[in-house]
Write a protein that binds this ligand. Structure first.
Ligand code: NAP
Length: 311
């Protein structure tokens, strides 16, 4: 159950970027009255038309400066590589006392790109919802996307704690649980839990596609659940994920190094017939999945219960 009790609605909420994440915020905020007015801003006319057709907001514009004017909360929902140029277009138009936040999957780079454009009387509170699907665009959003998912906030040392708390209350009203951490910690944790798994999925699906002796039709026809699950992840938006790797380079490369060492140990165990090592390793990892299910972050249903929904 979302906790809306402590949240006083925003007067004017500006969503810059209206894809999967932006539209999910809009749908929930509209459903539960979390903002008096919602402004939708995106660069392409067809995306703006689609948002209008879906009735996601009250005001529609392709101008960032117009969207942020008089808004008490601005949420940037664009790919991580676009923050610097969006920040430049916001500068000089932000309302005093406004909260500027984002949903980008990388935090240090987002702060470095945005901070130079944020005046002292505006509160920068970066964030990242650990919620998503492999689908993109305004049609992909749904109001319950954030239910029981984590929202990580990475305020700066100079950020007013009251602004952080107001934003945390908004995310709780959207259905999330909120945690606060440093951007560096965020980027290392997400490198392991999200970025490397995506890279592995992109890699294995590409490898299967490249193998000449296995035709593509056989890859599809005989795809067992392991491969199928990887293809779902590998269908994720190419722009978003290109930007994630370009902007979380150090943490991704560090974790990839450790991953490669561990993979080499498994490779050696297979070569030397070391069944005990394989068994112990697989037993340990099975426990981790149990922990994730017990924490309510996954279902124990076969196929992750994904036949019922497209999320
Ligand atoms: P999406 O569905 O692809 O939508 C992207 C939005 O950003 C669209 O409105 C698009 O506008 C706009 N955009 C794209 N490139 C841009 C650019 N260069 N300059 C300005 N605007 C641009 O994306 P999403 O999945 O909602 O992801 C948005 C953010 O959320 C990303 O930073 C991502 O890292 C983060 N995130 C995603 C997920 C997920 O699972 N998808 C989960 C958590 C966080 P036009 O259509 O008008 O071009």
């Amino acid at each position: 159950m979302a906790d809306t009790s402590n949240f006083q609605p925003f007067k004017r909420l500006a969503l810059i970027g209206i894809g999967l994440i932006g539209s999910s915020i809009a749908l929930r905020a509209r459903r539960d009255g979390l903002a008096d007015e919602i402004v939708i801003c995106t660069r392409r006319a067809e995306t703006l038309d689609k948002a209008r057709e879906l009735n996601l907001g009250d005001v529609y514009t392709d101008r960032v400066s117009e969207a942020v004017t008089d808004s008490d909360c601005v949420i940037l929902c664009v790919p991580v590589g676009a923050f610097s140029s969006v920040g430049e277009r916001m500068a000089g138009h932000l309302a005093p006392g406004a909260i500027v936040t984002d949903v980008g999957s990388v935090k240090r780079s987002v702060i470095d790109q945005l901070a130079p454009h944020i005046p002292d009387n505006v509160h920068l509170v970066p964030g990242h919802p650990i919620a998503g699907t492999e689908h993109s665009g305004p049609e992909a959003g749904f109001a319950t996307l954030f239910d029981n998912r984590w929202q990580l906030l990475t305020p700066l040392e100079s950020t007013d704690p009251e602004a952080t708390e107001r934003l945390a209350a908004f995310w709780r009203a959207l259905g999330s649980q909120v945690d606060i951490m440093t951007p560096e910690h965020h980027d290392r944790v997400l490198a392991v839990t999200s970025h490397i798994p995506h890279l592995i999925a992109y890699n294995i699906v590409g490898t299967a596609d490249d193998l000449a002796e296995i035709t593509q039709s056989e890859v599809i026809k005989y795809s067992a659940s392991g491969f199928r699950d990887f293809t779902r992840i590998a269908a994720s938006d190419p722009v978003m994920w290109r930007d994630v790797f370009l902007h979380n380079k150090d943490a991704t490369l560090e974790m990839l190094g450790r991953f490669s060492e561990d993979l080499a140990a498994l490779q050696r165990a297979i070569r030397h017939g070391d069944g005990d090592l394989l068994f112990d390793h697989f037993t340990r990892t099975r426990e981790i999945r149990r922990g994730i299910i017990e924490a309510g972050q996954e279902t124990s249903e076969p196929n992750f219960g994904r036949y019922k929904t497209d999320s």
